[in-house]
Design a protein around this ligand. Structure first.
Ligand code: CS2
Length: 495
């Protein structure tokens, strides 16, 4: 089969959507750091719709891979084209899929191979928006406080190496220095990651880093850059070789790296752009004044629900999200936790019916066409749990309300960290703090209660929550149940 390529678009089957704008005239107004599956199945899809609807050709994207050349290898021979496959199942279970070839990714840069090219791009006058999907751990922050981790080896490296940084923060700050000395135009720095107040967080991390470089630079950034907060939502599982083969067969052309997503898409972004923006509202985004209520809703319901389900499911051997949520005891547990413990902590959003939102969310999790792996969601728990579950627990404690099911989800994380499922099958713990977590877990061998107390005294993740004896007891009680009775029986015993 021939490769997907601009010269072969006419050969695609009619049902495949494709770029209808003049790709040759597209300028690169956006540089996206972390050009992974999520950006390609979400941000780029919205951007594509905006290009079609507005015809404003300033908003092509240069993608940057911060670590590996795999995206470059796959997409450069395709001149940046790739397919988004949106999948679900009809009411009778028949799988459905729509395919769209996306054209707004103009090039991919691999940061470790050519950091100078990335810096030059970020400093270019054409670059009006720098967006990021670098995952939680990509921010090199202390997960509980959100402060820059100045002890981090990569951050230390980047402070000392302005021409060859490794981290997104290093690239951004050193590129802003170039913009400053060249009097380049203002730029929007847009975090699209699952962090609370992601824009404010990015701003304070950039500022902390810039202060180490040059306080005058920190001031320049404060006056020339904006950092809108945003909430993005779409479930995007990792692409498998079977996905590549199936999508390529339907295209009649080989796509080395299509991305898979669910039909649902949401994006609420604060309308504070320093130097223009695409008409993303034409593609399903919503420009808002304050993103916080949207973000809390999403981080706590979608991601909190996901993480709870992922740890319980992975330990029980339920490998995919749809399989796990089909287990009656887990479904009931999740529904109750979302309704009774999470929803009451959310901020009011006019027009939002939380019951509908929850029902829809459980349907999204049940999508059988995604095959979303519980182990994929389970990774990096130390950087996810603070905003997904622990903040909710804190709010429940402050309100004097029960949080028993949330405590069970946290116990499931601790249980997951033992590194094998209930059938004894081992798995690796993928987490930047894995070594520290393992050390913290050691006392569990002697006493569950003392072990959980020691574990939850780990301030980078738990902040001061570990000092609450009732929290410690609740997590310990659930952990004993999970160890002794297993996941399913523990869930079945939930009131
Ligand atoms: C998931 C998210 O992998 C994970 O941790 O919870 O990627 C989730 O699928 C998205 O945030 C949904 O918008």
């Amino acid at each position: 089969m021939e490769r997907l390529h601009p010269s072969r678009l006419a050969a695609l089957p009619d049902h495949v959507e494709r770029p209808r704008y003049d790709r040759g005239a597209l300028r690169a107004g956006i540089v996206h750091l972390g050009v992974g599956a999520f950006q390609r199945a979400h941000v780029a899809v919205v951007n594509e719709a905006a290009l079609h609807a507005s015809g404003d050709l300033r908003w092509g994207t240069i993608g940057v891979s911060l670590r590996q050349a795999d995206t470059w290898n796959a997409l450069v021979p395709q001149s940046g084209l790739y397919t988004v496959a949106i999948r679900d199942a009809a009411a009778d279970g028949t799988p459905r899929e729509t395919l769209q070839v996306i054209g707004n990714l103009l090039d991919v840069l691999v940061a470790p191979d050519d950091p100078a090219a990335v810096l030059a791009r970020l400093a270019d006058d054409d670059t009006r928006i720098v967006s990021l999907t670098i995952t939680e751990k990509g921010y090199h922050l202390d997960p509980a406080s959100g402060a820059l981790n100045v002890l981090d080896a990569d951050i230390a490296h980047d402070l000392a190496n302005p021409t060859a940084p490794r981290t997104a923060l290093g690239f951004i700050v050193h590129a802003m220095q170039l913009r400053r000395v060249r009097h380049t135009t203002p730029v929007t720095l847009l975090s699209c990651d699952n962090l609370p107040a992601n824009g404010d967080t990015l701003r304070s991390l950039v500022r902390a880093f810039a202060m180490h470089v040059d306080p005058a630079l920190a001031d320049w950034i404060a006056t020339h850059c904006t950092f809108p907060n945003s909430m993005l939502d779409r479930i995007v599982p990792r692409t498998t070789d079977a996905d590549r083969a199936a999508v390529s067969a339907r295209l009649g052309l080989t796509d080395a790296w299509p991305v898979i997503g669910e039909p649902f898409l949401a994006w609420a972004v604060e309308d504070r752009f320093a130097n223009g923006r695409p008409a993303w509202d034409k593609g399903g985004a919503r420009f808002v004044q304050h993103a916080e209520p949207f973000e809390k809703l999403k981080l706590r319901m979608v991601n909190g629900g996901h993480s709870a389900l992922a740890y319980l499911g992975a330990v029980a051997g339920w490998r995919t999200v749809d399989r796990a949520v089909a287990m009656p005891a887990l479904h009931r547990y999740l529904e109750t936790m979302l309704r009774d413990e999470i929803a009451p902590t959310l901020l009011a959003l006019p027009g939002l019916d939380l019951n509908d939102y929850r029902t829809r969310l459980l349907q999204r999790f049940a999508n059988p066409a995604l095959q979303h792996q519980t182990h994929q969601i389970a990774m990096d728990g130390s950087h996810k749990l603070p905003q997904r579950l622990l903040g909710t627990v804190r709010d429940r404690i402050a309100a004097g309300r029960p949080y028993d099911r949330l405590a069970l989800a946290i116990a499931a994380w601790v249980h997951y960290l033992r590194g094998h499922d209930e059938a004894g099958a081992p798995y690796a713990i993928a987490d930047p703090l894995a070594a520290a977590l393992a050390e913290r877990l050691a006392p569990l061998a002697q006493s569950v209660h003392d072990g959980v107390a020691h574990f939850s005294a780990f301030a980078p993740v738990f902040g001061d929550l570990g000092r609450d004896p009732r929290f410690v007891s609740a997590v310990a009680r659930h952990l004993v149940a999970l160890r002794q009775r297993g996941v399913n029986a523990t869930l079945e015993a939930q009131p």
